[in-house]
Design a protein around this ligand. Structure first.
Ligand SMILES: [Zn+2]
Length: 276
């Protein structure tokens, strides 16, 4: 039965597949060793095949990479049932540079006539903010992630559970125990919030605000300056003889630094106070 192509079958076939999917979601428990092996294998395959994601801390990613992850995860963990139920054009993927509160989002669209369509979006802004320089360890879904690829996979796994729940039961809630049981058994997730790692959390964690004295790595050097502005990144002014002159009479160069790369600096020593 596993090789049967359900595309184009009548609704009853899709219902049967949805029941099989629900059963897998509620019972499959591969164990940590298999899960780690499978997810590392999928990550390695993406690195090998993607023209964009070429290294664990990749700097480019394409919607096709999300489609690749979907096919690989669905095949390995869910017997390809999600793809079987949805067919070729009822699931789309999107990368979002604007989502700043959630790492991912799964949306269901109702077509007139009742056909459902889904979209899985992943926040590139949050991925690319993390893992710069000596960034502290990032945790996604309660699992420590050593690089962007691991964070991407954890985010994608969370969204895949949402999609699969929608297909199995026509509803999905990551605050509820059924979701959490599935995410724990299939992907070893220990936390189930949509809000994974965000700029505001990062900024709060390092205690950085406008006026903070901060340090950051730049081309192998450690620079110290003061935060002048925070938007998508922090604008940090660093004293620099070649920089522009500011109203305090000193010259500064501007650096645009991801918030996750900033560290609070020691307070500035009082000026004019000589050593005893
Ligand atoms: Zn969720």
């Amino acid at each position: 039965m596993g090789a049967a192509d359900p595309r184009g079958r009548p609704v009853a076939g899709a219902d049967l597949l949805a029941q099989r999917l629900a059963r897998i979601l509620l019972t499959r428990d591969p164990g940590a060793v298999s899960i780690d092996g499978w997810t590392r294998g999928i990550g390695g395959d993406l690195l090998t095949r993607s023209p964009h994601v070429r290294e664990p801390n990749f700097t480019r990613i394409h919607g096709d990479d999300l489609a690749f992850l979907f096919a690989a995860y669905d095949d390995r963990f869910l017997n390809g049932l999600c793809g079987g139920i949805l067919g070729p054009d009822r699931l789309t993927f999107r990368l979002s540079g604007r989502m700043t509160r959630a790492g991912g989002k799964t949306t269901r669209f109702e077509r007139s006539g009742g056909a459902r369509r889904f979209e899985i979006a992943v926040a590139t802004s949050i991925l690319f903010d993390g893992f710069g320089g000596d960034d502290p360890e990032v945790t996604v879904c309660g699992r420590a992630c050593a690089n962007r690829l691991e964070a991407l996979q954890r985010i994608f796994e969370h969204e895949l559970v949402h999609l699969a729940e929608w297909l199995g039961w026509d509803e999905s809630h990551c605050g509820r125990s059924r979701f959490q049981g599935i995410a724990q058994r299939l992907f070893l997730h220990r936390a189930h919030r949509h809000q994974l790692i965000t700029r505001s959390e990062r900024a709060a964690r390092v205690g950085v605000g406008v006026g903070s004295r901060v340090t950051f790595g730049f081309r192998g050097r450690r620079l110290t300056g003061r935060v002048n502005r925070i938007t998508k990144r922090a604008t940090v002014l660093v004293e620099d003889a070649r920089g522009e002159r500011w109203s305090d009479g000193r010259r500064y160069a501007r650096y645009y630094v991801p918030l996750g790369e900033l560290r609070l600096a020691e307070p500035e020593p009082a000026r004019g106070r000589g050593r005893a």
